[in-house]
Design a protein around this ligand. Structure first.
Ligand code: HSE
Length: 413
């Protein structure tokens, strides 16, 4: 039997409990991979709530991080408490204490990933976080390893299950945003306060990490052009369907020369495009590269079991490195210098939807031309009009929107 690797959990929510269950029921599978894990301590704020769990899994509940940091038996700490603080201090303290860390904390890694990665390296300990992006879809490891001899130009994805569930339900059941959000909350796909997801922040955190892996670029959250889905209406979805498109929250980073674009925005995706077919809580990441061409990675982007599977895979990776005595390598494969295209220079082709209640199509087109915009158009049902623009900046399309009282969406291209 291989040597027991002792683990501690920081936090015991949905993902933490998923990890406990997975390690318990997969003992046989892990044995065949010659790893033997034992979670011995769990850091929680309120131990009274976890007594049954502690008994079932024979755990010691602790409330002070020092109980874990000073325990020489603990090799790997699994951080699934989320948030910025105290998670960041705890992870840095674990590194300093020579403990390897596996995390699923996208907020923290997007904000302070470079510091965490450098500190792990300085201390020769492992730091893996597959569960931070797209839950169960192994996209970080795929980019880091399978693309190590390739050059990526474009990563675009549906990376937020909550938003995709809401938009799918609005489209499939003709619900308005509020009705679909309530349904998402009832089904456990949206939080009571859904802002982090629906405002596009969660997708932004994931895009920062994806850009780091795809291009080796350390980008800041402030570099991203971001909008969420709160203002997408049932009417917009209906109009988009009439011209053959779905509205999806797309997180995209493209390489343009030595610069990269970073956008999270509700986007028109052609309904026959593979990304247009990804429904409900599922995620999908489209990668375009020199050698591989186009590839798409689809799967469950959230949830206890898929995300804890990513955490357990990270644990097995750390166990292998421990065995070979090679811990302290970075998860992503390279670093590269380069710039980010400033937000006011980002350009897209847009469709602007409007209803022509007062003016005729001819009058609308004439006034748009006077303002210097070139558009083609398609008349829709119920007095609707879809205007297809030339490439415009987001500022320019905002001016067009105000001018004609329309609603613009970029086209995925
Ligand atoms: N709230 C996230 C989502 C969970 O909906 O995708 C997984 O990161």
């Amino acid at each position: 039997m291989s040597q027991v690797i002792h683990l501690a959990l920081l936090g015991c929510g949905v993902v933490g409990q998923g990890v406990l269950t997975q390690l318990k029921i997969q003992k046989k599978l892990l044995k065949s991979r010659q790893v033997n894990f034992a979670i011995t301590k769990v850091l929680v704020r309120d131990p009274a709530k976890y007594q049954d769990l502690a008994r079932e899994h024979q755990l010691e509940l602790v409330t002070d991080i020092q109980d874990i940091l000073t325990d020489p038996q603990i090799d790997i700490v699994i951080e699934v408490m989320g948030g910025f603080q105290p998670a960041e201090d705890y992870i840095l303290a674990c590194f300093a204490a020579g403990k390897h860390v596996v995390s699923a904390n996208k907020n923290l890694i997007a904000k302070n990933g470079p510091l965490l990665i450098a500190t792990a390296q300085e201390n020769q300990v492992a730091f893996y976080y597959e569960g931070a992006v797209c839950g169960g879809v192994p996209i970080l490891r795929t980019i880091a390893q399978a693309y190590s001899g390739d050059e990526i130009f474009n990563v675009a994805g549906i990376v937020n299950g909550t938003c995709n569930f809401i938009l799918s339900q609005m489209s499939q059941k003709q619900l308005n945003y509020q009705e679909a959000l309530v349904l998402a909350q009832k089904n456990g796909f949206a939080e009571a306060d859904p802002t982090n997801d629906v405002a596009g922040w969660d997708a932004s955190y994931k895009l920062v990490i994806l850009a780091h892996f795809a291009y080796g670029r350390k980008v800041a959250l402030e570099d991203l052009k971001v909008a969420g889905i709160e203002n997408v209406t049932a009417q917009d979805i209906k109009m988009a369907q009439q011209i053959g498109y779905r509205i999806k929250l797309i997180a995209e980073t493209k390489k343009v020369g030595n610069a990269i674009t970073l956008i999270v925005w509700p986007t028109l995706v052609f309904e026959s495009h593979s990304l247009g077919q990804i429904e409900n809580e599922n995620n999908g990441v489209f990668v375009k590269s020199n050698n591989l061409g186009e590839a798409l990675y689809i799967g469950p982007g959230a949830g206890s079991q898929p995300t804890s599977n990513s955490v357990v895979t990270d644990l097995i990776t750390v166990a292998s490195e421990m065995k070979l005595n090679i811990t302290g390598q970075t998860f992503h494969s390279f670093d590269e210098a380069g710039t980010v295209v400033p937000q006011n220079e980002l350009q897209k082709t847009f469709v602007v939807f409007l209803t022509k209640e007062l003016l005729t199509t001819r009058q609308i087109l004439a006034t748009i031309k006077e303002e210097g915009f070139t558009v083609t158009f398609q008349e829709l049902k119920d007095n609707g009009l879809a205007l297809f623009t030339q490439r415009l900046s987001f500022n320019e399309v905002e001016r067009l929107e105000k001018f004609i009282d329309g609603k613009a969406y970029p086209i995925f291209e």
